[in-house]
Design a protein around this ligand. Structure first.
Ligand code: ZN
Length: 114
């Protein structure tokens, strides 16, 4: 693993260090918030599409719709379950993004003005 140098002060930063010893810049590893959001959204959409396909296959095989009519009591359960599934897929996606980008390192430096 190659040694990292701080882009602000060129001081070598050791593995696992959270702060640059030269200038105090914050060392952050892993995916950015935007990357995590994007991957999470992709996972949620993928989960929705897979669910749609599965329900459609079920419908074709059975010859009837698996889902109850929107006015029945079960519809709310199904709806909440769907939301829960999408949220779950979103969280999994964020974790995957963080895992894939775990070697990415960013440096944040706060400049203080007197
Ligand atoms: Zn530094």
């Amino acid at each position: 693993m190659k040694a990292l140098a701080c882009p602000h002060c060129q001081t070598p930063v050791s593995d696992g260090a959270r702060v640059c010893s030269g200038c105090g810049a914050e060392v952050v590893r892993g995916a950015t918030r935007r990357e995590r959001f994007f991957t999470g959204a992709v996972f949620a959409v993928a989960a929705f599409l897979i669910l749609t396909v599965v329900l459609r296959m079920f419908q074709i095989e059975r010859g009837s719709l698996l889902l109850p009519s929107p006015k029945s009591d079960g519809a709310l359960f199904i709806f909440l379950g769907l939301i829960g599934l999408l949220v779950f897929a979103y969280i999994i996606g964020k974790r995957v993004a963080h895992f894939l980008r775990r070697s990415q390192v960013r440096f944040y430096r706060v400049y203080r003005h007197q």
